[in-house]
Design a protein around this ligand. Structure first.
Ligand SMILES: NC(=O)c1ccc[n+]([C@@H]2O[C@H](COP(=O)([O-])OP(=O)(O)OC[C@H]3O[C@@H](n4cnc5c(N)ncnc54)[C@H](O)[C@@H]3O)[C@@H](O)[C@H]2O)c1
Length: 441
């Protein structure tokens, strides 16, 4: 038995090192698609699996729905047959390594929804060949790999560490970040057994040429990812709360943060804003909160941070009302231009964006609303589909206020500065505004 184990993991390691292994990626979204392209670029043939037919059709036609990935790049690797995309999960029988990048949202009551991980695992279990490696990369609560994924494979007759290798490695991609990508961000990995860890390390070392940091179990790797994102959520909540206090005390919160940043140790700057968004920061701390509750710990700090971040859209709308009133305008009769819908600059992802909550509140107030975001054409707010419009001098001139919610780099701020009657900038946009009615959060 031992001889067979060693031979299966060493056969796979050799296949990976020689780049003759075929790699599968399940879930071709913001995480899976860039990673699949990265694996292709490192010299492997990749099969990408997704159950969304529209995404498969777009990719097969050589199109890209991720701002960081060019159409030319996708077209080329599809044409060269280095990258195949499919919703035929039987093709999982052709892969040697499979990486799971499916969503991990929360349910309506805020608890983890790991049904996508379970579904992907069942697809793998039914089709994968003996001697393959499976790595879960979706963010999730500690214990998912060992207590949820492993038993599914065991029911399919696999013995983990013997004829199937299983590990967890959190994805750290930061969409829109030009400095850090998959290829230069250290990777943390934890395997179920020593053989699982070893073969996973060989895989990542061959694909990405950066530090591969190994931990003693998948649980540690799962927890460290939740620490990373909860750390951000809590620190953003702190500066958001500070911005509310500073406003009441007539102190510039941005100047305070800049001054604190001069301390060379023990301080790290975070920026206030209209709230938190994306698939990670508003969601992942809820996984940690839930995990704590399962063990009798009520993580009050996480709950308090969530409450503060959730209060920001309302704080922003209230401040806008105050500035309008100073110009003798009521919000309900005002015409407002919103700049930016996505949850952070220079990307096309509006998921969980705080801008959606601000826009909903503005719509509820009955004001006239125009929305500008060069990265998206349509988006939905509480089931209504809304369109963005192009930025023109006329639109800005006719508005009573311009509300900057996302500071995309490709916005003509000089035009806004010259034409707007009032600007409320929730992001401290990097532009020297001279407008006499310019206000920062
Ligand atoms: N977006 C980020 O910036 C980011 C960063 C780090 C980690 N993560 C984590 O990575 C994971 C994926 O996030 P994302 O933003 O890429 O999500 P996404 O929604 O953009 O993409 C997930 C894809 O998986 C597909 N899918 C769902 N179930 C499937 C199944 N059973 N089989 C095949 N395909 C399936 C969906 O159709 C979708 O295309 C999440 O756990 C998230 O928390 C995301």
């Amino acid at each position: 038995m031992k001889i067979k184990t060693q031979s299966l993991s060493s056969v796979l390691s050799k296949k990976i090192k020689s780049k003759t292994a075929t790699i599968g990626v399940i879930g071709l979204g913001y995480v899976g698609l860039p990673f699949a392209v990265e694996i292709v670029q490192s010299g492997f043939r990749v099969i990408g699996f997704d159950k969304n037919q529209d995404k498969i059709r777009l990719l097969q036609a050589g199109d890209s729905y991720i701002a960081d990935l060019s159409k030319e790049n996708i077209r080329q690797i599809i044409k060269n047959k280095q990258f195949e995309v499919t919703n035929d999960f039987a093709k999982l029988s052709h892969v040697d390594v499979v990486v799971i990048c499916v969503p991990t949202p929360t349910t309506i009551d805020g608890t983890p929804n790991i049904s996508f991980i379970e579904e992907a695992t069942y697809s793998i279990g039914r089709n994968i060949k003996s001697g393959a490696l499976v790595i879960l990369e979706s963010t999730t609560y500690p214990g998912t790999t060992e207590d949820i994924v492993q038993p599914i494979f065991q029911k399919n007759g696999f013995v983990i560490g013997h004829d199937l290798f299983l590990a967890y490695s959190p994805e750290r991609i930061d969409p829109g970040n030009n400095r850090f990508s998959v290829s230069n961000t250290p990777k943390v990995v934890g395997g179920i057994t020593a053989a699982c860890l070893e073969v996973s390390k060989v895989f990542y070392e061959t694909v990405i040429h950066t530090t591969i940091y190994t931990v003693t179990s998948p649980r540690v790797a799962e927890m460290e990812k939740l620490l990373e994102n909860t750390f951000r959520q809590i620190n953003i909540a702190l500066v958001n709360e500070l911005s509310q206090i500073c406003y009441k005390m007539d102190i510039d919160v941005w100047e305070v943060i800049e001054a604190a940043t001069t301390k060379p140790y023990g301080f790290m700057p975070f920026k206030p804003g209209p709230g938190v968004g994306g698939h990670c920061i508003p969601v992942d701390p809820k996984y940690l909160l839930w995990a704590g509750q399962q063990h009798g710990i009520s993580a009050t700090l996480i709950e308090a941070a969530d409450k503060v971040n959730e209060s920001m859209p309302n704080f922003v709308v209230n401040r806008l009302e105050i500035y309008l009133r100073k110009l003798n305008k009521e919000l309900c009769k005002a015409s407002i231009v919103v700049i930016g819908v996505t949850y952070k600059p220079n990307i096309n992802d509006p998921r969980e964006s705080p801008a959606l909550r601000v826009i909903q509140q503005l719509l509820d107030s009955q004001c006239e609303l125009k929305i500008i975001d060069p990265f998206i054409q349509t988006f939905s707010v509480q089931q209504s589909l809304l369109n963005t419009v192009p930025l023109t001098a006329e639109i800005i001139r006719q508005a009573d206020a311009v509300l900057i919610l996302t500071n995309h780099a490709n916005i003509d701020y000089s035009l806004i500065d010259q034409q707007a009657s009032l600007i409320f900038d929730t992001r401290n946009t990097n532009f020297a505004f001279e407008n006499k009615n310019y206000h920062k959060l």
